[in-house]
Design a protein around this ligand. Structure first.
Ligand SMILES: [Zn+2]
Length: 310
């Protein structure tokens, strides 16, 4: 029966593992497109263009797209326009909905770089574009799966948060507060009664670098231990155990922390740290977070792991 399956059907590589369909090339191109807009810093033209493109792409992949607009305060107390993008993918399995999220904004400051770069925005290939790109490719794959008549386990809401990375710049340390980060997800979660009932969720953040390591992040284990075990086991089964380390990681207040606390749902964060202490990679919040720090092999692994849960 060689060649009987279409390119997007689930294919068997070994006798045991069903390897989900996912194209790292496609995800890579979605990162490139985002970088081509320029840094997607809120209230810039690049950010506007990116919102329009994401809306168009998710619609093209058959999702119902909503852009929720609101206003919040930034670290300096100034009004800030926030646009969270929600793409709902309906399936036959309407009794369950899985939440998949990432942030799409870019940080306006390279405050972990040398001083001359502090006021430059980060290219945000990993810290922004990578999670978005994998979720776009997931949406495309789900459209294909539905077209092939495959049965999916749940409906999927993909939520792209704005203003995650506008936390107080390090060179203004005296103003620093933890809640100056994750502004889009804080705003979105505040309205918990308006949100759908999610069975569980996954957040992707910085998931494209060569040699990435993903530990079992502390709050993820607090909120979603069973799902952490399930996802890390799926990664090991797919042969990605050296990337998805089956060890406790640091505690990271990321979008999942606010979403999980407000909506009272299990949600976990797949996020790149070096070692178990939660240290971010050397290129984090520097000008080096560009396409050089993207490896298709990492995108492929994360994409397959996410697809294996849908
Ligand atoms: Zn960041």
């Amino acid at each position: 029966m060689l060649g009987a399956c279409g390119g997007n059907a689930r294919t068997r590589r070994s006798s045991e593992v069903v390897r989900p369909s996912f194209s790292a090339d496609s995800a890579y191109r979605y990162i490139q497109t985002q970088l081509d807009f320029g840094p997607r810093v809120p209230e810039t033209e690049a950010h506007d263009s990116c919102v329009a493109w994401l809306t168009e792409m998710f619609s093209r992949f058959g999702a119902e797209v909503t852009v929720e607009e609101g206003v919040t305060k930034d670290y300096a107390g100034e009004n800030l326009r926030v646009r969270n993008i929600i793409a709902h993918i309906a399936t036959d399995s309407s009794q369950k909905t899985i939440l998949l999220c990432a942030h799409y904004d870019s940080r306006p400051w390279c405050d972990e770089d040398e001083e001359a770069a502090w006021y430059q925005p980060i290219p945000a290939a990993n810290d922004g574009a990578s999670g978005v790109a994998v979720l776009l490719e997931v949406a495309r794959q789900l459209q294909q799966s539905k077209a092939n008549g495959e049965r999916l386990k749940a409906c999927v809401d993909i939520v792209l948060f704005d203003c995650e990375d506008l936390g107080t710049p390090r060179f203004l340390d005296e103003l620093d507060r933890q809640d100056t980060w994750c502004l889009g997800s804080q705003l979105w979660s505040k309205d918990a009664s308006r949100r759908g009932k999610y069975t569980w969720g996954i957040l992707l953040d910085m998931i494209g670098a060569p040699g990435a390591t993903f530990y079992r992040e502390y709050y993820s284990e607090q909120m979603a231990q069973g799902y952490v075990e399930k996802v890390w086991r799926a990664a090991a089964d797919l042969g990605y155990g050296s990337m998805f380390r089956n060890e406790r990681g640091g505690a990271i207040v990321d979008d999942h922390y606010y979403v999980g606390s407000a909506l009272q749902i299990p949600i976990l964060d797949i996020i790149h740290t070096d070692g178990q202490t939660g240290t971010f990679p050397w290129w984090w919040h520097t000008q080096n977070d560009d396409l050089q720090q993207i490896d298709r092999a990492t995108l492929q692994a994360v994409g397959e792991v996410v697809m294996s849960q849908l």
